[in-house]
Unconditional design. Sequence first.
Length: 267
Amino acid sequence: MKLSLHTLPTVPLEAEVICPDKFIGNSLDAISAMTVMHGNQACSLADFFTLTDDGLETIEVDGDLSKVKLIGSEMTQGKIIIKGSVGAHLGALMTGGEILVTGNAEDWVGREISGGRIVIKGDAGHLVGSGVRGSDTGIQGGEIIIHGNAKNEVGNGMRRGLIVIGGNSGDFTGVNMKAGTIMVLGQLGQRPGASMVRGTIFSTQSAQLLPTFTYNTTYKPTFLKRYLIYIKKLGFTIDDAYLNGKYQSWSGDSLELNKGEILLFAE
């Protein structure tokens, strides 16, 4: 199924119907008539998109979707390819399938997902893999792969899963983290791991940590090499120095259980 944006929304367009689970078993006419919310106005999908049934299960979406929200919401299967940039809450509550974005993504990529994979070839906004405000639970499984930079609060409340940031991350990376792994191949922002309980945050660069983190040792973590080989297969450039080098190990946050770990490349 191919969708091409023919009318730019003037306010955020809530389009959670763009999802393999919603399309499967429905005719082209039924899909075209599905309801999307343009602000507080109910519209049909065809009011904004030209739909073409190419007989394939993969959903391809073209156009500037930076104001189109909730694509792939509650997705359990299939694949969505977005050729361009996309709006907030991409893949919210996803449990399976794959979403690929060739451009950038707005805030809350992979909100509270528990499975599947989301790949962003460009940059991402705030709160990647986090919960909504008022929730203490972020990503609970699956993978979120950002090839560019990400803004603040990556993995807020993260419980399981893998988040990879190919560039830099903003402030409070891994804030309130309960478990899981965050890998940042660039620079961490301020206060990484604040209030983290468990889990691992990794960076190839040095970082200024909160005083509630304690230095443990410098060593070669075997598990980390496996992670780096894995993400190298996903298209990231990983220097041999990172594969074979040593890392500073820091424990925190001591205001919580002090069982979280931050690994910073040393040599």
